[in-house]
Design a protein around this ligand. Structure first.
Ligand code: B16
Ligand code: MG
Length: 214
């Protein structure tokens, strides 16, 4: 497949870098404190899902009914633990494959941006040395509806000034692939439950496989 497009919008967690283990550790501390069973399989369901929606998935295993205020406090508690763990990230967490592919795409003239549900996006990009790299960043702080709603990708496309049908999205979550398609973009699946989810336009074999299709 050879795509003639102008921009590539990347999901962050699970595509550019991997924060799953930190999300898992932080949610696990909260779940243990609340006496709720939580494991890595449940954690996989949190990929690409907003913070509050993630909490709701964890609370499926609880018999308790919590108020919105309590839930907000729980997500804040988890986020404080998560951000402490993110401080361990450094430019060493960016693989050469990702770095070299991004540089080559830029050399080929593509606009490159981020479309992530995470409200910690800018912090994570700074940690891994990409704080100033992308042409634009749209993240959880810019949107009111999370994936599979296309809002974050449409916002990202708007920020770089490229029409949605000229944008390719790279995602590791099925919800993200659905969001890209809902926004009228080409959806490339990489890893996770995005692969073969039935909504993708193409399954990437690896991150640098992008150079074969763009
Ligand atoms: P935060 P992505 C998503 O990022 C993560 O995959 C998901 O697990 C997380 O719950 C969500 O961000 C919100 O993150 O709590 O940092 O705001 O995959 O859309 O880059
Ligand atoms: Mg992701």
């Amino acid at each position: 497949m050879q795509l003639k497009k102008k921009a590539v919008i990347f999901d962050l967690d699970g595509v550019i870098c991997f924060t799953d283990k930190f999300h898992y550790q932080a949610w696990k501390v909260l779940a243990d404190r609340l006496g709720i069973y939580f494991d890595e399989t449940i954690n996989n369901r949190l990929r690409g899902v907003s913070r509050m929606a993630s909490l709701e998935i964890i609370l499926e295993r609880s018999a308790m009914k919590y108020t919105q205020e309590e839930k907000a406090a729980f997500t804040e508690e988890k986020n404080d633990i998560y951000r402490e763990l993110l401080k361990k990230m450094s430019p060493a967490d960016l693989t050469d494959e990702v770095k070299d592919t991004l540089n080559e795409l830029r050399r080929r003239g593509y606009k490159l941006s981020i479309g992530s549900s995470s409200k910690n996006t800018k912090f994570i990009l700074g940690q891994i040395g990409l704080g100033d790299f992308f042409d634009a960043v749209a993240d959880g702080t810019d949107i009111v509806r999370s994936k599979p709603d296309p809002e974050v990708f449409l916002k990202s496309a708007e920020k770089i000034g490229i029409a949605p049908d000229q944008c390719v999205v790279v995602e590791d979550a099925k919800a993200g692939i659905q969001a890209a398609k809902a926004g009228g973009m080409t959806a490339l699946a990489l890893f996770g439950d995005a692969r073969d989810c039935g909504f993708e336009d193409y399954n990437l074999r690896s991150f640098d496989d992008l150079l074969n299709v763009l």
